[in-house]
Design a binder for this molecule. Sequence first.
Ligand code: GLU
Length: 384
Amino acid sequence: MTPSPLRSYRRIVVKIGSALLVDRATGLKRDWLAALVEDIAALEQEGAEVLVVSSGAIALGRTVLGLGKRVLKLEESQAAAAVGQIALAGAWSEELGRHGLKSGQILVTLGDTEERRRYLNARATISTLLKMKAVPVINENDTVATSEIRYGDNDRLAARVATMMGADMLVLLSDIDGLYSAPPALDPEARFIPVVDRITAEIDAMAGAAASELSRGGMRTKLDAGKIATAAGTAMIITAGNRLHPLSAIDRGERSTFFRPSPNPVRGYKSWIAGQLEPAGRLAVDQGAVGALLSGKSLLAAGVKRVSGNFSRGDTVAIVGPDGREIARGLVAYDAGDAVKIAGLKSAEIAPVLGYAARSAMVHRDDLVMGRAVMAELEAGAGG
Ligand code: GLU
């Protein structure tokens, strides 16, 4: 089945990699940007809402400041981002303005998508911008982000934005034209994959190591983005951005990989849980608990074999089956210290250990999302 044309989607997030927008020697690639914006304007004309996630602040700042190729210290890349971002936003606003489109800059930090209250806040602002017919131009706030508290790559940031805004399409414009069975730079036999129905372990293995490509994230973070997006019902396309008019090129049939959205997407609150970037801990559970979770029950302390990580009540944890595979994610009802104490205990045994009458669910089913791959296998099993 050929995927539908880009213009048939209603809310499209377009992520642009730094290398596409910025030339180390000459700075911003204006002609390329102008051509991309023509594509965006055409989609808007057709009634789609386009959101831009634009990288390039650090790369552009580096050029403007004449910092060359050397490795930058954290505070230098933050300063470069400050210089680059102002120019980047200016260029977007100018180019979109040529087509009568307004734009608004949103700089987000990790907490803006990972903390529930801030997530709702960011979503409200971006929704309002869309209502006001302004194109949101989004980037990470690199000037304040430090390594422990940042996305680091705009692939996953764009996926979080896409699911937060209920987008039906996420396009990653990159320096590679799609997914291959192995990194093509390393393996001349690598096969091109035009459509991915589901990101299975086999697909996951195709990414190779993150360091195998030039771009910041490489294929690894693109597949991570794909998992976040497709699980929430957002389709994703990876295609090469290094030609003029890279968006209309997709509809003209230029090479791209299409990732089909899940037929049973998780929405709203649960999609926020499922897309959390870094679980704060892991709960290893027994086979009995796996069965209970698959049938839609809560995770009880009795089924937890091992607790790792230093999490607080309300943090996201990964739930891992006896084979070591992540089967679900959820918001944990206990701090790590208490979780360790009650792991394996029956409900009646918990209060004496903790000294207070506590809830018996370690993760309540309302706060729990099963992994897409696990559910798909279950459905396949039930069907055959
Ligand atoms: N936020 C970074 C920047 O604007 C880019 C991150 C990425 O390349 O994924 O420079």
